[in-house]
Every structure is written in C-alpha cells, then in structure tokens.
Design a protein around this ligand. Structure first.
Ligand code: AMP
Length: 578
C-alpha cells in the first residue's frame, strides 16, 4: 500500500507507511521526526483500523489523522467520482475547524486536496456553493454539519473516514446529540477515528457505540514518566502565539542566563526564532537536523566557550548533547509528550546545580501542560510574564551592578582618573548629581539597557485547572451537560470569580446553548468548560464567564454574529450593580 520513501525524507517519518508526496511535504515543513501520537497512530489508521486516541492539542494529533486521510484520498484517486467528501472531521470550534483545514492543506498541497471548513457564524450560502463545487475533506462543527445534512447540501454517502477531534470538548459544548445524529448517517464500513484529551465514561460509551474494534492509544500516560524531580525551577507562561518571540525576549532579559537551549518544533521555527533573538541583542545560533555535523559542533563549541549564550534547537539536533554548564532550558512550545519534557529539562540542574526550565504555553495548549504535570508529578508554576516596567527595573539593576563593580575595583581606579578632568570641567557648569545622571544614562544606553518600542503582550487569564498541581482536578466525567433550550446547568461546580453577561438574543432568535458556547469559544481564548451557567430567555440570554475574561469575551462577541445576527453584549445589569 505504501510507496517507497522519498529520497530526502526525514528518517523518522520515512519509516511510516506514508506516500512520497506526503513525506516531501513534511520535510519541507521542517519536521524532523514524528511525535509519539503520530508514530503510534499513523500505521493503524493507514491500515484502516478504527482508533481511539487520548491526546490533547500540542501532541501533533492533527497530522496523525490528516496524513492518513490524504493518503486514502490519493489511493482512491480515479475511483472517486462525484463531488461528495471522502472525509468528515468534526471539531468543537470554528477556530479549530480553520486550524485543521490549514493543516490538511499544508500536508496535502502536492496531492491537490480540496478541504472546506464549515462552521456556524459564516454565511451558509458560501459554504453551500463550495460544497456543490466539490470537496474532499470537510472540517465542521457538529451543529453546522447537521444543518447542511438537513438541507441536503452535505452528503455523507461517499465518506471513507470520519474523525471526531477533541471529542470531550464537543461533549462539554452540548454537541453530544448532534454527533449521535450525524453518526447515524455515516455509511457502513466508514473508518472512524476519535481523539479526546480525556476519556470520561460518556466518551467511552460513545466510542463503543460507533467504533469497531478500535486500536487504543494513550499519549499522556497518567503514570509517572520520571524518577525523582530534578533540581530545576520550572515555570510556564501562557502567551498567545503571535507574542511568543517578544515573550521569550523578555524572559531571557530578566533571567540573564549563562547558557540556554531553546527547543522549537521545526527547522523553520528554529531559524526564525534565532534571527528574532539576535535582533533583540541576544547572541544565539540555530541547531537543527538540516545542518552538517561540523556546523553543529562549531555551534556547540561557541556555546561552551561563551561566545554565544543561547542555542535554538530541535529535539533531534539536541539529542545526545552534553553541555555541562547549561543554566536554562526553554520550551518554545509545550513538548508533544511528557517524556520529551522530562528529557529536555534533564539537561539542566545537573551535578547539584540549580537549573531553570521555562515553557511557553499557547492558550490552546494548556491541556498538554496539564497532562505533563500529571504524568511527571513535577511542580510547574504558571507565572505572569515580566512587564515592560519589570524589564526596565531589571536593566537598571544590571547597570547599577556594573557601576558598583567598577567603583569597587581598585585596579579600575587609575583608569577612572583619566575622566576626572571631564567631571571637573562639567562640574563648573552643572550640579555633580546632574553630571552623574547623564553619565549613567549614556552607560545604560551603550550597554543596550534602554527599552524602546516594546510591544504590549496581552495577559491571558489562567484558568483554575491550569493552576492546579495536576492532581486534584481529574476529569471525572460528571460535569453537567447542556441540553437544548430552557434553563441550563453550566459546566462548573461553583461560580466563584464568574461574571454574568447579557446577550440580546434568546429563544425567539432560536439561540441554543451550543450557539452561545460556540460563539464564545470560537472568538475568545475560553474553552467550553470555562463557561458557567447559561440561561436562555425569550429575548435575551445570560451567560457566566470567568470574570478575568469578561472584557475579552464582550469585545469578541461584539465583532461576531450569533445565529447570523449581531446581538448587543454587555455585563448583566444586576452583575454591574453588585
Ligand atoms: P496539534 O497537536 O496537531 O495541534 O499540533 C501541534 C503543533 O505541532 C502544530 O503547530 C503542528 O504544525 C506541529 N507539529 C505536528 N507534528 C509535528 C512534527 N512531527 N514535528 C514538528 N512539529 C509538528
């Protein structure tokens, strides 16, 4: 079934039964090796087995189903007549629909895949026209998929593969019934793959009803992957993707590490980040599998000698490196598996020295961080990024320290004497304090200490589950589930720290709880389970959201439509009066 591997395919991927066009795409994207979920899942999915995978965002699960879909599409080739899709991927949010489409498109560029995102909030007419023209893969939120099925604009009879992505999240958002209805229409013999970050009983039930003898794969194992926690201070920072380069720059400024290794996922990411950091005045070099051994050795030599102070690397390139004096390890993304995290941070804190591990977490990756905490039992503290004021203070501290050192240095005393004439001359004209201030300013600027044009990095609220130590809040599957209409029980047990929002659309406008949850999670950083009590009245709805995210949700909802209409959104009057 598989074609021989491409000549320049990345070794780890070449061992998977993937076609040359797909291997080429992966090499071009700078992927250096499959993530554990990809390595384990892809062979089974290619063999057309049903699969039940426990994996969160950040593990690389999208490629684990997207590559087999593309392979199947190519294999069906000419036999595929008509315009009905051969694969349907159901996802909880519009954001994920778009992301998955982009991924399918990236991997399938060379095989000419036609992929369409289908979600609520977008004019249905445009989606209908695209479906009529013909698509291979539809990535849809369940509500909108059902809508199209009822209109007869989405035919499922040619489906060869169905994927349920982030199944637990879809359940949390009240899509269980919609999913069941869709699954009833899936043709006999269609391969089904289900991914979920957690496996509560309701997901197991749904899997046993819809999957046939599935292969089970669990990536974030709950057993301890590590022995004793190393002597490493471990922090995580929640940062939107666009602000990660600035965030890492700030962290490095504040930490002033002696020698750092920054881990990225791909060669491209390594090259880009290294460039950005050099632009910010750090001395960094790239290290990845695309470089010759000689180049890599030279880079490491410079790190050891202190000519550079950081190396930006992929896992593959950094494997087997022995750098004695590393002080910091930075994960530019959450590693794709707990083992990888353990392995990376094991590079610092050696020989009794304290090391520092920093992990940047995109809001959507917070579950992967949680999985790592659970699997390792390490304490990883979520912290706030240093502010611009913190950076300024830190740089002033450095300038102060440099001046103090110079003042205390007896040998420098003679050197300083050369400058006495400058100070004496200026002292005739100015106050000595003023002279000192001007001199310090010049010294500060010369050492790169002044902060200008720093971009603001928005603070992303940390959800309660991100704060836990990984032990207490296991998903027990007992969360209340929203059903259609009427008053609803929310997903949270308590409403502490929640704010109630008024939304000027209700039952009269056919608004259902899942429409509100879909709009909120699609437009903000919140996930389904962050949303509290939802009440739908005839002409308006009330929704509880975490207080820290209220402003973000209000401004996001103002820019979108609910059930095709703009609706006024504000803090509920009773709430504001409190
Ligand atoms: P996912 O968990 O599917 O959302 O993927 C997380 C991120 O990892 C995405 O940005 C992917 O592009 C990236 N990614 C997936 N697989 C690999 C791989 N084998 N090597 C490097 N990056 C990857």
């Amino acid at each position: 079934m598989a074609t021989p591997a491409a000549a320049d395919a990345v070794p780890g991927f070449a061992e998977l039964p993937l076609r040359e066009e797909l291997l080429d795409a992966l090499a071009r994207l700078g992927y250096e090796e499959p993530t554990p979920i990809q390595r384990e899942a892809i062979p089974h999915v290619i063999e057309r087995r049903d699969l039940l995978g426990q994996a969160a965002t950040g593990t690389g699960k999208t490629a684990a189903f997207a590559l087999p879909i593309l392979q199947r599409m190519v294999e069906q080739g000419e036999q595929r007549e008509g315009s009905a899709p051969m694969a349907l991927v159901l996802v909880p949010t519009r954001e994920l629909a778009v992301q998955v489409c982009e991924a399918v498109h990236r991997y399938g560029r060379d095989v000419g895949v036609r992929v369409l995102p289908v979600y609520g909030g977008q004019p249905i007419g445009r989606q209908i026209r695209s479906l009529e023209r013909g698509v291979d893969v539809v990535v849809a939120t369940p509500g909108r998929a059902l809508d199209h099925m009822n209109r007869g604009t989405l035919a499922l009879d040619e489906l060869a593969m169905t994927v349920l992505d982030e199944a637990d999240e879809m359940f949390d958002m009240g899509f269980a019934e919609d999913i069941e209805t869709i699954m009833e229409e899936i043709p006999e013999g269609c391969q089904t793959v289900l991914f979920s970050a957690t496996m509560p009983p309701r997901i197991e039930r749904m899997a046993s009803g819809n999957l046939t003898d599935p292969v089970r794969i669990q990536i974030a194992r709950e057993t301890s992957a590590a022995g004793e926690a190393p002597l490493v201070r471990q922090s995580a920072y929640v940062v939107p993707r666009a602000h990660k380069p600035a965030a890492i720059g700030r962290l490095l400024d504040v930490e002033s590490p002696t020698a750092t290794i920054v881990f990225c996922r791909t060669r491209e990411e390594v090259d880009q980040l290294s460039e950005v950091l050099n632009g910010r005045g750090h001395r960094s070099e790239a290290l990845h599998g695309g470089m010759s051994q000689e180049q890599r050795d030279r880079t490491l030599g410079r790190l050891r000698a202190g000519t550079i102070d950081l190396v930006v690397a992929t896992d593959v390139a950094a494997r087997g490196l022995d750098i004695e004096h590393l002080s910091h390890v930075v994960n530019y993304n959450v590693p794709s598996a707990p083992d990888s995290y353990v392995h990376r941070i094991g590079r610092v804190g050696r020989a009794g020295r304290e090391g520092v591990a920093i992990t940047l977490v995109e809001p959507r990756e917070h579950r992967m961080l949680k999985a790592i905490r659970r699997a390792t039992d390490y304490t990883i503290t979520v912290q706030k990024l240093p502010t611009i004021a913190d950076i300024r203070a830190r740089r002033l501290e450095l300038t102060t320290a440099a001046l103090r050192e110079s003042l205390l240095d007896d040998e420098a005393e003679d050197d300083r004497e050369h400058f006495r004439v400058v100070v004496e001359t200026l002292a005739d004209e100015f106050d000595v304090m003023e002279v000192a201030l001007a001199a310090v300013k010049l010294a500060h600027e010369a050492s790169g200490g002044s902060v200008d044009e720093e971009e603001e990095i928005p603070e992303v609220s940390i959800k309660p589950e991100q704060k836990d130590k990984g032990r207490k809040q296991r998903d027990n599957g007992k969360r209340g589930q929203r059903s259609e209409g009427g008053e609803q029980r929310g997903g949270r047990e308590s409403t502490g720290g929640m704010t109630r929002l008024f939304i000027g659309a209700g039952r009269g406008a056919k608004v259902r709880p899942q429409d509100l949850v879909g709009a909120i999670t699609g437009e903000s950083e919140l996930r389904g389970r962050d949303i509290g009590h939802i009440e739908i009245a005839e002409r308006f709805s009330l929704v509880e959201v975490p207080a820290a995210s209220a402003d973000e949700v209000i401004s996001a909802l103002k820019n979108t439509t609910i059930k095709g209409r703009k609706a006024p959104v504000r803090r509920d009057a009773k709430e504001s009066a409190k």
